[in-house]
Ligand binder design. Sequence first.
Ligand SMILES: Cc1cc2nc3c(=O)[nH]c(=O)nc-3n(C[C@H](O)[C@H](O)[C@H](O)COP(=O)(O)OP(=O)(O)OC[C@H]3O[C@@H](n4cnc5c(N)ncnc54)[C@H](O)[C@@H]3O)c2cc1C
Length: 285
Amino acid sequence: MKLPFFLARKFVAAETLEETLPVAEALHAKGLGTTLDKLGEYISDRKLVEKAKLDYIQLIRSIDAASGNIDNNISIKLSMLGQKIDESLCLDNLHELLAVAKTTGTFVRLDMEGTDVTESTISIFEKVFPDYRDNVGIVLQAYLKRTREDVERMCELQARVRLCKGAYKEPAHLAWQDMPTIRERYLEYMEMLISKGRYPGIATHDDSLIAATKAYVSDNNIPHDRFEFQMLFGIRQDTQEAIAAEGYGMRVYVPFGDMWFPYYSRRLRERKENVWFILRNMFKS
Ligand SMILES: Cc1cc2nc3c(=O)[nH]c(=O)nc-3n(C[C@H](O)[C@H](O)[C@H](O)COP(=O)(O)OP(=O)(O)OC[C@H]3O[C@@H](n4cnc5c(N)ncnc54)[C@H](O)[C@@H]3O)c2cc1C
């Protein structure tokens, strides 16, 4: 059964690329950067993997054709490119995609998914990184117990990292479960990435982490162009605009497409108020 799209509208820009481009242009006009993500994950059929690759390439070209009104910046999931079928297929697909990205000057962020693919995602990233240093970046999740070493490694490589808390349900032997520890780790990695890394994305809606980041750069005289904040489409848009107006980079992650359900359910799980919002709207319509 496919749920009606109006349920997801709070978090997902649109079901088609054509409808998403004006949404991204409107954000751009407000001084916000964007990264577009065609939703979908964990594909296990080779034909669908081929289609996903072609769709991502089409996305790169369509943004480029939008002539400067949208950033050449997309986010993708390796599990869409065949990671769960055969890593070498995924690697070939990623190479093909990044070769196109290089010609258009597009930055491609590899989203980080569950712990079943963490090691594989980092290993594939490290294989392509030497050829596409300016065109590819990765995500690290503060809740994982392994992440300090990954942050150190990415600082050494001078690879661009988006730092987030982590959105998947993971077991206690792999991931911290309590928010105070996750916040403590996030702050430690934020400082490492801003002081030693390359243009990190500080991806959070958490006021305490945002305030601590601003304080850290101010106390250490670090210019605002050494990092950017990132938030998700539909979450705290006023705050997004306010942070941009203060002179910080702010990029909005703009998801779209008809495979929105897993992304949408992660957003609902993060906050019980969202479930009430959806229920209220269901009864209104
Ligand atoms: C740009 C970006 C990219 C991301 N990419 C990844 C990725 O690749 N892999 C991954 O595992 N995770 C990713 N995430 C998700 C991330 O890991 C967290 O699950 C998510 O951001 C919630 O954590 P938080 O730090 O924003 O703060 P929280 O502590 O969850 O929230 C702080 C405050 O923000 C607001 N808020 C937060 N979430 C919501 C919501 N869903 N609805 C409404 N208000 C909300 C509320 O006011 C809340 O009190 C990404 C997040 C962002 C912003």
